[in-house]
Structures are given as structure tokens and as C-alpha cells.
Design a protein around this ligand. Structure first.
Ligand code: NI
Length: 169
């Protein structure tokens, strides 16, 4: 297993819709293992394949730091099939370091996907898991959480972020 480089905003691969996985072969298994390793190394609760530069529809999620009864989840070709309620809570992203803001999301979701063995699964999520599922599936559709905030907040973010990036150099 290897820790991969996490792509950062505004890299193009993060803005592109990913392609469905048609064959869960050895290279996909390896990618999944590397993504899990990368997520843990970065102390994230989720990671989408395009965040490591691979434009494929799969993601990994682990919210056990908030709820230890929830195991590591691997989702291949995930799709949200039910949404309920609404919650406005703070969110961050490994691809947008040092920026957190409130994002409105459904309070509960049901997601249908394949697991790493190719079995069809349905995951019901509330609280942090619901938020993580929506955040990661957004990634797979080429959306970042800053695409879900008001245009005014987004402009403010972009200005601040550019300045911070310039300051790094
Ligand atoms: Ni993210």
C-alpha cells in the first residue's frame, strides 16, 4: 500500500465528473487500498478517487472517530437514492486545506453502490456519515463543498485562498 498525493483545489481533475467503474479488477483493488492508506495518513473521514488524480467513480469513508460502530466503507459507483431533512453544519475537505464553512446537506441519505467484491449494498447514513456520503459523492460528480455555498461566500473564499497560496511561495 502507498500514500498517494492528494490533489488540491483548483486542480482540474477535481472539477470533472468521474467515470463509472466497469470492472473491479486488481488495479481497482490496489487503488482502494492506497486510498484507504492515504485517507488515514491525512486524518480525513473520506476520500474520492479523483482526489488522488484517478477519475473513477469510487470513494472510501471512515467516520469511526465520531461513531466507532460504523466500519470503513468502500463505495463503487455510488448513487444517492433517498434524502431526508436538512442540516447546516461546518465542513472541510482534504483538497481545500485550512478552510471550513457551513454547508447545507440532507440530514439522512440512503446510498446504493457496489462494495469491493462487486456486491450491491445500501448504506443508510445520518449525521456525519450522511454528510460524508454526500460530500464524497459530490466529489465524484466534480463538485466541491465550495460549490454548495453562496456566491458571495465563494468569492470571499477564492480571494482569501489565492492570497494564502501566494503567501506560501
Ligand atoms: Ni473533500
Amino acid at each position: 500500500m502507498a500514500v498517494l498525493e492528494i490533489k488540491k483545489y483548483p486542480e482540474k481533475v477535481l472539477k470533472e465528473k468521474t467515470a463509472p467503474v466497469s470492472d473491479i479488477d486488481r488495479s481497482i483493488h490496489r487503488l482502494i487500498d492506497d486510498m484507504i492508506e492515504t485517507m488515514y495518513a491525512a486524518k480525513g473521514v473520506g476520500l474520492a478517487a479523483n482526489q488522488v488524480g484517478v477519475s473513477k467513480r469510487l470513494c472510501v469513508i471512515d467516520v469511526s472517530t465520531a461513531d466507532e460502530s460504523i466500519p470503513l466503507i468502500v463505495l463503487i459507483n455510488p448513487k444517492i437514492i433517498e434524502k431526508k431533512g436538512s442540516l447546516d453544519e461546518e465542513e472541510g475537505c482534504l483538497s481545500i486545506p485550512d478552510y471550513r464553512t457551513k454547508v447545507k446537506r440532507a440530514e439522512e441519505v440512503v446510498v446504493r453502490a457496489l462494495d469491493r467484491k462487486g456486491n450491491m449494498i445500501e448504506i443508510q447514513g445520518r449525521d456525519l456519515l450522511a454528510r460524508a456520503l454526500q460530500h464524497e459523492i459530490d466529489h465524484l460528480d466534480g463538485l466541491l463543498f465550495i460549490d454548495r455555498i453562496s456566491p458571495i461566500k465563494r468569492e470571499f473564499f477564492k480571494k482569501r485562498y489565492k492570497k494564502a497560496m501566494a503567501g506560501d511561495r
